[in-house]
Design a protein around this ligand. Sequence first.
Ligand code: MLC
Ligand code: AMP
Length: 495
Amino acid sequence: MNHLYDALFAPHTTNDAPFLESDDGSIMSFRDFVSRAAQMAHVLAELGLAPGDRVVVQASKLVDTIALYAGAVQAGAVYLPLNTAYIAAEVAYFVGDAAPRLIVCDPKDEATIAGDSGAKVLTLAPEGGSLSAMADAMPVLFETAERGPDDLAALLYTSGTTGRSKGAMMTHDNLLSNAKSLTDLWQITDADRLVHALPIFHTHGLFVAMNTSLVAGAAVRFMSGFNVETILSELPVSTMLMGVPTFYTRLLADDRFDAEACAKMRLFVSGSAPLLAETHVAFEERTGHRILERYGMTETNMITSNPFEGERIAGTVGYALPGVEVKITNPDNGDDVQRGDIGMIEVRGPNVFQGYWNMPEKTAEELREDGFFLTGDLATMGEDGRITIVGRAKDLVISGGYNIYPKEIEDLLNDQPGVSESAVYGIPHPDFGESVIAALVPEGGAEIDVAQLQEVVERDLARFKQPRVYLVMDALPRNTMGKVQKNVLRAEHPA
Ligand code: MLC
Ligand code: AMP
């Protein structure tokens, strides 16, 4: 048996219904997709990948990229997707930490991406020599590798509030249990057509969107990236959209987006970042649809969801998913708080990861022995179990659905000449929800060369993490314990 493969992919072996509809109009059936996945699995096996070996994938959103995910599952490999915005220095860390046997990347990075890791490198280009070309020559049946519910299926890196990124180890059942719950809850069926405009290197686009479509047998309009124009043309012939709040604010900014455009749609899902209540309200006024907001994390998949039937309340993330336990605790001592009081969200269930790759101490800090994971999100729980997120105990900025950890940027800035210390914080942004500001304090008598600093930042950090504004100040505001007060910075220097 192969826990995930048997449920997601094997049932489609003889399914001729359309699955992936690409920007160029081409349509791949479920049956052909499963065949393509088998060809990918053959290549992996031929390259010597044994079950448990990692495959790093930093590649554009192509049909073959998602077939490679399926092929990795079938071959028993551990799929490790990376944000295409990550630059060489960032990727080098992931490759060093995960020690993959194979790296699959876009052609521009082929020569350099492996560094001295010894990993084999291939691309998904159509030309000869690529992984895609190798797959073309392979049989369309593959003897599926044995994998149980607790075996690893994926490794997803998530930045940390302290130090380097951590690889969240996701098992076959972490992914499958969550995909089944969401499919049931949101009543996804083979009559659905999902507009898929999210990237496929994160939990939302890869697991929430793709795995539920596979469980249900729903068609997917597989867009290479988000753009309002294409979404507007696809909505009238689709039933579902999953997105980050930026998708919804951008759609609302276009007058053509109205009830008529959404006439066939039955569900809009939002997550990965807080959806402003005003966006929820404006959306309903414009379209007559109430966005369904859900909440999750890389380490836990989805945790809560507003109901499909029943009240979807703006500003809340709904109830714990079936089989998932959520409690709200005092961050100081871990005790449950009173209903209605603010505390940290802790979560336990089949959705919760196994721990961080190679980091037992970090795992022990965030995953209690009794199985509850500390999310770092602050919330209240109503008498009926409804959760409202009110803030974060972790120092994190979420921009357009991407997580940015200030610590990573501060560490880089603090290392630069003339910088005594820095504080990176988020401020509200109309498009991305939040955007990044860096406050810098010069070393005594020194002048900070912001232009030079920016060059270093551009060299070492992905674009979406780069501060949009740099402020130079004499000192950072601190509380009596000496801790930098980012709330004061936000209030006094909102841009
Ligand atoms: C792009 N840019 C961003 C950005 N996305 N900057 C900050 N934050 C972002 N999220 C940069 C670009 O590099 C570009 O830089 C400039 O901003 C403008 O780009 P754009 O053309 O407007 O961006 P676009 O390509 O349209 O992308 C915006 C977006 C995209 C919102 C569509 O960021 C996106 O797909 N976000 C989804 C993220 C996601 O899937 N999150 C799920 C994580 S899983 P320049 O050089 O032009 O200035 C998770 C768990 C859970 O959180 O619960 O789901
Ligand atoms: P990631 O580590 O990328 O998986 O991001 C997970 C974080 O995104 C969570 O810990 C939350 O802080 C945030 N998040 C996800 N969904 C929501 C939501 N619906 N509302 C508020 N925050 C959310």
